[in-house]
Design a protein around this ligand. Sequence first.
Ligand SMILES: *Cc1c(COP(=O)(O)O)cnc(C)c1O
Length: 245
Amino acid sequence: MVQNSTIAENIDHVRETIATACARAGRSEDDVRLVAVSKKKPVSDVLAAVAAGVYDFGENRVEEALTKIPQVGQQVERMPTWHMIGHIQSRKARDVVSLFTHVHSLDSLKLAKRLSGLAEQENKTLNVLLEVNISGEAEKYGFEAFDWDKSSQVHDALWQDVRQLMALPALNVIGLMTMAPFVDDAEEARPVFAGLAGLRDALAESLAVSLPHLSMGMTNDYPVAIEEGATMVRVGTAIFGARTV
Ligand SMILES: *Cc1c(COP(=O)(O)O)cnc(C)c1O
């Protein structure tokens, strides 16, 4: 656990970095939402971040969220917004619908159908971002999007999935998410971020839909992601310190 004052200082620093990156890119800092990734961190750390004015949190494991989110809820005046950012197993989908309002890790049409059906039963609408694999890394989850602008096969499969997704009644598709490959120099991730923005523009135009959000950028590379159009950055380590467990 990190000292509360340190978490507040870290948040200040991250906000300044966001503001600087926005200024460089000629963007308003109001257009970038900081999602504090609290995975593997205790409730007390989340409360410290809430006290410092953070109202968006990201978690990647349902088991952890099942205890953490209600505990936080009991100790705050206003429940923060919870973002699911990790791979979702089918049997955990029901819990995801009850715990989260945003899912960044929607990585298959099958999962989308399941989440929509469950959300409908609960009279909810889930805000979702489609996780796409734009870098072509084999181990990554997400809709296959590597070379979508060169391969008609990849393009057509992706477009077909997105069309079906858009028609699901209880999902509000608000944008795209990606994980950049882990690299030492954040500049190496820039083409992946630019690629996600390009894919978003192409989908929005050809399907005549609005996809306002790009969830991209983590501790190592969020300033670069902001320069390439990120509207949500998912930052853990820079706020809460290294995850040791
Ligand atoms: C853990 C995680 C993050 C945050 O990573 P940091 O490097 O600690 O900022 C962001 N996005 C996803 C999907 C994650 O799993």
